[in-house]
Structures are given as structure tokens and as C-alpha cells.
Design a protein around this ligand. Structure first.
Ligand SMILES: [Zn+2]
Ligand SMILES: [Zn+2]
Length: 154
């Protein structure tokens, strides 16, 4: 389950939305993302990080990324984590599913943080936390709008 925010541009009427977190098919999406990483979808570096480690897990949830130029995009986080103590692993799965909630308990450490780059100016974008989503520019005209609707998606 994820939270979403709906916007309607007060200048050009374009409607846009931001859907964060994960969908109902979290476990499927998780396995699918692992497969995509193995097939080089996210680059050689990411594939090697996954390939050369056991018991890693990937943050597959959607975050809002924004560049200082204003460009924004909702993307899977894709940061890679590993258990601090591997003897804690009780599953035989190669890449056990771990949620953000579980990561907060402090049993995992960050191996690599994925830096999404801005499509417009190639600078690294940063994550806008859900509680900090205030005004988001319209993707068509750049007008800053506040969200009008709250969505529980999937
Ligand atoms: Zn607009
Ligand atoms: Zn930019």
C-alpha cells in the first residue's frame, strides 16, 4: 500500500499525481526488480553489487526525486542493503524480501545508495520525503501547485 498526492495546475489545468511507497504486489515487484538488476537494467555497477553478495536486499519502493532545477520524477529507490549480522538470516532465499519498516530496526546497513540523475541537467536528484511534499511544479508549465487530493493507491 502506498500514499499518493493528486495535483491540478492552477495555470494550465494539467493534472498530475505522485504515487509513493509500494503496491499490493510488493513481493512480486521485489523479485521482478532483482531480476531486472541481474539483467543489467540499472547498469553494470548495480548488477555486480547484487551478484557478488549474499543476502542483500533492495529498496524497491517509489520515492519522489527532485533536482535543484525543479525537474522531478517518481522512481524506485533501488538502494542496496545487507544484513549487519548474517547469522540472523533465517530464510534460505537468495535475496530475502525486506521492507523499510524492517530496515528501521537497525539490522541492515546501506551498501550503495542509488543516485538518480536529472534527465534535464544530469545533476543528482534528491529524495523529497513524503511529509515535505509541499508545492510541486507542474510538469507542463512549471507552475508551483499544492496537492489537492490524497490517494491510497493499489
Ligand atoms: Zn501547468
Ligand atoms: Zn535538473
Amino acid at each position: 500500500m502506498g500514499n499518493g498526492y493528486g495535483f491540478k495546475c492552477k495555470r494550465c489545468n494539467r493534472e498530475y499525481e505522485v504515487l509513493l511507497g509500494c503496491g499490493k504486489r510488493f513481493s512480486e515487484e521485489y523479485q521482478q526488480t532483482i531480476e531486472e538488476v541481474k539483467r543489467f537494467k540499472y547498469g553494470v555497477k548495480w548488477r555486480n553489487l547484487v551478484k557478488n553478495r549474499k543476502n542483500i536486499n533492495i529498496d524497491v519502493e517509489y520515492d519522489l526525486y527532485q533536482c535543484e532545477c525543479g525537474y522531478w520524477k517518481v522512481k524506485r529507490n533501488l538502494s542496496i542493503f545487507e544484513p549487519i549480522d548474517e547469522t540472523n538470516i533465517t530464510t534460505s532465499e537468495e535475496y530475502p524480501l525486506v521492507t523499510r519498516w524492517e530496515r528501521k530496526e537497525g539490522k541492515y546497513r546501506l551498501v550503495a545508495e542509488n543516485k538518480h540523475k536529472c534527465r534535464r541537467c544530469r545533476k543528482p536528484m534528491h529524495v523529497i520525503k513524503e511529509e515535505d511534499i509541499d508545492k510541486l511544479p507542474c510538469p507542463r508549465c512549471g507552475e508551483l501547485n499544492e496537492s489537492e487530493t490524497f490517494i491510497r493507491w493499489d
